[in-house]
Structures are given as C-alpha cells and as structure tokens.
Write a protein that binds this ligand. Structure first.
Ligand code: C2E
Ligand code: CA
Ligand code: CA
Ligand code: CA
Length: 274
C-alpha cells in the first residue's frame, strides 16, 4: 500500500504542473517575441591582449519579457532549442549581427550558434544566405560553437565545420575547459580560435592550482597553433596574467559589458577622434 501511495504521488505532482504551465507560457511569449521582433542584441567588446584596443564584438541576444523584465539567454535558448524556435531565433541573431556590424569595418563580429542550429543540415545554407543578403565580408564573421554535440558526432561535426569554413567565415570553440572537452578532437576539427571559459579565469589570481590549470589549457591550444581568447576578465591583474599566458584576445567586464550598438558606435567615434 505504501508503494502504491508513492507511485500515485509521483504521478500527480502539482508543482510539476505549475512548472510545465509556466514553461508553456514562456514558450508562447518567446514565440511572440521572435515573430514581432522584440528580441534585441547587445554587443560586448573583444580586445587585443597587448594593446587593449577593441578589435571585435560578440553579439549576445536579449529578451525583455513584457510584464516580467529581462530573461537570461541561459533560460530561453534551451527553450528555443526544444520547441523548434531556435532556427528563427538564430536566423534573426545572425542577420541582425551582420547587418549591424557592416557599419563597423574595423571590427570583427562573433555570433553564437547553438547545437540545435549547428546540427541542422541546412545551417550552412542559411549562413550563406545571410552573408549574401547582408553583403558582409565573410572573413569578419566568427561563429562560436560549444562542444556538447561534437564529441558524439565527430565525423559530422568535422564536415559541418569544413562547409562553414568554405564560406569564408571563422569557427571558434566556445566555453573551452568548462565541460567535457576532448583534446584529441581539437586539431582535427579545424577551429580557427578557442575561447577559454570564464569559470577557468575567475580564481586565477588567488588560487595557484586554478592558475596552473588555466596556463596548461592555454599552452595546449597554443601547441596546436590555435589562437586563444579568454573571457570573463574582470580585473587588470587577470588581463595581465592572461596575456602573459599567451592569449591574444580578451573579453570581459573589465573591458566592457555587453552594450547597445549605439554605445559601440560611441567608442569607435571616440577612438577616431583621439
Ligand atoms: P557565452 O557565449 O559564453 O557568452 C558570455 C556570457 O558571459 C555572456 O552572458 C556575457 O554577458 C557574460 N560575461 C562576459 N564577460 C563577463 C565578465 O567579465 N563577468 C561575468 N560575470 N560575465 C561575463 P549572457 O549574455 O547572459 O549569455 C549567456 C549565454 O547564453 C552565452 O554564453 C551563450 O551561450 C548564450 N547566448 C547568448 N546569446 C546567444 C545567441 O544569440 N545565440 C545563442 N545560440 N546563444 C546565445
Ligand atoms: Ca560565446
Ligand atoms: Ca563562452
Ligand atoms: Ca557560456
């Protein structure tokens, strides 16, 4: 009788109903936001590690949900992935980022690609389409992909990366060191760049083991001749250390938080006047 009671309890859990209901509403709102163009992009500076001069930006999607306020992409990107919205969301981000970056010839533009987009066999076609439509120089565009799916499908991953690179865009491995990176694949995938995850950068000043881990990770990428960006730089000490360890490109609040296109314009303007 006790067992049966427990079974019934797991069958009906009101908290789960609420979760599911909230998720459904979130998904509906997200669908609407995509359709009515309510998503926006923020741009975070990428700087040269030696001069600290901005030489690129990463586009980061933003959603201000009516009645609720900003929702983190860490929350709504996974929902977009499981509800079939990721393709239209990704298309919006790529197009908007390329269009906007056209006015910044001195900058490269990085765009995040989620596994759901990357897995789609038509992905290369829509990248080609957006490049053509926006007339941006493909060599200025970097697509950032994370490793989750690659390890499971190394063969297909390598082909997809090759096809993308044949369009002239660059492909970077995002969040390196955060999960189940397999060093062995790194070289064969042909990444143009590696981005070291913020979690590896955070404690390097106080914690010598963390620092050694990070140093070893950067050294490894460099041994494969792959340039390295470090993200999540919040202090000058971190910036100095990461440059010494061999990163050629840095990103983080120390250099600038994600900001509007207008703010990027202002920065470029100041520089032109300087
Ligand atoms: P990510 O690609 O690793 O992006 C870096 C995240 O770290 C951004 O969070 C950025 O605001 C944050 N960040 C940058 N510098 C610092 C720093 O110095 N300190 C701290 N504490 N944080 C910093 P955000 O914008 O919330 O994005 C979170 C994640 O959501 C991204 O991680 C990316 O995986 C995903 N994402 C964002 N925009 C897009 C998009 O347009 N498409 C896809 N597919 N994913 C996106
Ligand atoms: Ca990224
Ligand atoms: Ca990252
Ligand atoms: Ca991340």
């Amino acid at each position: 009788a006790k067992e049966a009671g427990r079974a019934r309890m797991t069958l009906y859990d009101p908290a789960m109903d609420t979760d599911r209901a909230q998720r459904n509403v979130l998904e509906l709102d997200l669908r609407m936001a995509i359709e009515s163009g309510d998503l926006t992009l923020a741009y975070q500076p990428l700087v040269d590690a030696s001069t600290h001069e901005m030489n690129g930006v990463e586009a980061l999607v933003r959603w201000n949900r009516p009645g609720y306020g900003p929702v983190s992409p860490e929350v709504f990107i996974p929902i977009a992935e499981t509800s079939g919205l990721i393709e239209s969301l990704g298309l919006f981000v790529l197009r908007k980022a390329c269009e906007t970056a056209k006015q910044w010839p001195e900058l490269k533009i990085s765009v995040n690609v989620s596994p759901g987009q990357f897995r789609n066999p038509a992905f290369t076609d829509y990248v080609r389409y957006v490049l053509k439509q926006t007339e941006i120089d493909a060599s200025r565009v970097t697509l950032e992909i994370t490793e989750g799916y690659m390890i499971q499908n190394p063969q297909r991953t390598r082909q997809s990366i090759e096809r993308l690179k044949s369009l002239g865009v660059k492909v970077a491995l995002d969040d390196f060191g955060s999960g189940f990176s397999s060093i062995g694949y790194l070289r064969q995938f042909g990444f143009d760049r590696i981005k070291i995850d913020r979690s590896l950068v955070t404690d390097i000043i106080g914690d010598s083991r963390q620092r050694e881990m990070l140093q070893a990770t950067v050294a490894l990428a460099r041994a494969l001749d792959i340039p390295v960006t470090a993200e999540g730089i919040e202090t000058e000490e971190q910036a100095v250390a990461l440059r010494l360890f061999g990163c050629d490109s840095l990103q983080g609040y120390f250099f600038g938080k994600p900001m509007t296109a207008e703010h990027i314009n202002d920065r470029l303007q100041e520089r032109r006047e300087a």
